[in-house]
Write a protein that binds this ligand. Structure first.
Ligand code: FES
Ligand code: FES
Length: 149
């Protein structure tokens, strides 16, 4: 079947199977920042935005994205670079495997939350796993990025 989506502000027609998931479709169409870690909604690595809301693309059927706006890290690279520099400064960037999904979640948090507490930030990040950093550097970086104590 064919769907039409707006990916990073560009309208694209995509051929998809009925049982195909969005992470696979996006990669098939060259959006290679989208990766899968667990494939079972546990790690957050595959996070993209659908209509500006963080969504796990590994378990979202592609046809459900028909007519909707999809944003990946390629579409927000200026904001992603800004946050990545803070991450590096805090020593919170190690292998980087988790970064695409993690950064999409943090940028969504910035859009959605005003003056979040540490508890709110941690809760928002519940679905994003990182096997390297221990999270404390990431938490410092997020607080700096959001301008909260
Ligand atoms: S690959 Fe989608 S949550 Fe892990
Ligand atoms: S930096 Fe390695 S998994 Fe997060």
């Amino acid at each position: 079947m064919q769907i039409e989506v707006i990916v990073n502000l560009k309208k694209i027609k995509m051929e998809v199977d009925a049982n195909e998931f969005l992470a696979d479709t996006l990669r098939k169409y060259g959006i290679l920042s989208v990766r899968k870690g667990c494939d079972t909604t546990c790690c957050g690595l595959c996070t993209v935005w659908i209509d500006d809301k963080p969504t796990l693309s590994c378990t979202t059927l592609s046809f459900r994205a028909n007519g909707r706006k999809i944003t990946t890290i390629e579409g927000v690279h200026k904001e992603a670079d800004e946050f990545a520099q803070i991450l590096v400064a805090e020593g919170a960037e190690q292998c980087g495997f988790c970064s695409p999904g993690f950064i999409m979640t943090v940028l969504a948090m910035k859009n959605e939350l005003t003056n979040p507490t540490e508890e709110t930030i941690v809760h928002y990040l519940t679905g994003n796993l990182c096997r390297c950093t221990g999270y404390m550097g990431q938490l410092r970086a997020i607080k700096t990025y959001l301008g909260v104590q």
